[in-house]
Write a protein that binds this ligand. Structure first.
Ligand code: ZN
Length: 438
């Protein structure tokens, strides 16, 4: 048989595919040509493959890149600015005044810092909601990261686009500008049921449907939000969206902490996707989302870090550890949220939540080559009886040593290839000085 050739071969590692059979290959090889995976299998079966470039995984773990299904990347600018405060004090006295100082350049720099942090901790795709999202899209593209981005829409004037009509124009421009981009997908992103009037929500939904885009929204994040919506409309936030006919499979509902049994039924019926942001919910004392119940109902749940000001990092490995443990305590059941379930939420389920599961989320022939290599030659990862266990309960983002997105190596042996980290850090230090003064 003729030898088969690829652009890139990743060899000498344990491959966790996260395919439908959870295939694991102890000495596996992944072949990549251009932006896609062309073969995955045991080294013994792929011995006739050759490539112009070979990456040695050094006996580590080769797995799909992690997917951050909800964040506000540029909030890295506010990391550690204000902690341990009541939500409204935190927002009104610290975050909103700091956000008033943002402009497109600062959002770009913040997003670039977020991309550096995400790539260095194993995330290859993120879903973003913020202001000046064209700058976030540009940062992601330059960093070589896959991203779903959308301009936040609400019924008060935005520092970026002004009144809401302009917000829809801005979103349309994003859709037109980024159409067909290999890395960037646009989403329509109304902030929440409390900051968006019914007409805004309906219009956003129609726009998302017309262009077959995800609609991303914060939903049922806290008790006070649910009370406010009940007072205004006589319904829970989820029921409110159902009443407006804006629940559908392309809707990604972020947080979903406060849900009634009827809310859960509605999310299930309409195949709404959920982004679980456990550390943000803990830090802001929002509560514990009923994720084991949602999963039991067959609802698709991805993991998100939320913005950096309420977390305060973008490391999905740490997030996974917390997800697995918090739900065990909450349910008083150590079998709840097993490691594999949590890993799937950070990979293939995250991809599904973003409508990207046909192209990413698992290592399978024909999918886009988004993958990471984890170094296991570390004291805290030795011995390794079960890689799935280690990835959730012992590994950290800093154990990721190589990252490939859309077939391109964006980090190799811990060195970023697409981002000048020194420049990014210098820019953020300057921005932080501006934010700090007054
Ligand atoms: Zn959020």
């Amino acid at each position: 048989m003729k030898p088969k050739s690829a652009d890139l071969l990743i060899v000498n590692g344990t491959v966790l595919t996260f395919d439908a059979n959870n295939t694991e290959i102890s000495n596996g090889v992944v072949a990549v040509s251009k932006d896609s995976i062309t073969a995955v299998g045991p080294a013994s079966e792929l011995s006739d493959w050759s490539a112009s470039r070979v990456v040695d995984a050094g006996g580590g773990i080769i797995m799909p890149g992690l997917i951050n299904s909800h964040t506000h990347a540029s909030m890295t600018c506010f990391r550690g600015l204000a902690d341990d405060l009541q939500l409204m004090t935190w927002l009104n006295e610290h975050i909103f005044p700091a956000e008033a100082k943002l402009d497109e350049q600062k959002v770009y720099s913040g997003a670039m810092l977020a991309c550096a942090e995400m790539i260095m901790s194993g995330t290859t795709c993120f879903c973003d909601m913020y202001l000046y999202e064209d700058a976030v899209a540009r940062a992601a593209k330059e960093a070589g990261m896959r991203a779903v981005v959308g301009e936040v829409l609400y019924n008060f004037d935005s520092p970026n686009y002004g009144p809401i009509e302009k917000g829809f124009e801005y979103t349309q421009t994003l859709i037109d500008t980024w159409k067909g981009d290999p890395l960037v997908t646009i989403a329509v992103e109304p902030h929440s049921t409390y900051l968006c009037a019914p007409e805004l929500l309906k219009k956003a939904f129609d726009l998302a449907r017309a262009f077959r885009l995800p609609l991303v929204i914060h939903l049922a994040e806290s008790k006070s939000e649910v009370e406010e919506i009940k007072e205004r409309y006589g319904r829970t936030p989820v029921e409110h969206l159902a009443e407006l006919d804006v629940l559908a499979p392309n809707v990604l509902a972020c947080h979903c902490v406060e849900l009634t049994p009827n809310d859960i039924t509605l999310l299930q019926q309409f195949d709404v996707k959920v982004a679980h942001n456990v550390e943000s919910n803990m830090k802001l004392a929002s509560g514990v989302a009923p994720i084991p119940r949602l999963l039991n109902e067959g609802i698709c749940v991805g993991l998100g870090t939320d913005g950096c000001a309420s977390n305060n990092d973008l490391d999905l490995f740490l997030e996974m550890d917390t997800v697995a443990k918090l739900h065990k305590v909450k349910t008083m059941d150590p079998t709840a949220m097993d490691a594999r379930t949590v890993l799937k939420m950070a990979t293939i389920q995250g991809a599904r939540a973003l409508g990207l599961d046909e192209s990413i989320g698992s290592l399978e022939k024909g999918k886009k080559a988004d993958l990471i290599i984890i170094d296991i030659d570390k004291p805290h990862l030795t011995p390794m009886y079960n890689p799935v266990s280690h990835l959730v309960y012992a590994a950290m983002g800093s154990d990721v040593r190589t990252s490939i997105i859309n077939g391109a190596i964006v980090m190799e042996e811990g060195h970023l290839k697409t981002i000048n980290l020194k420049t990014v850090l210098d820019n953020i230090s300057r921005i932080a000085k501006e934010i700090e003064k007054d």
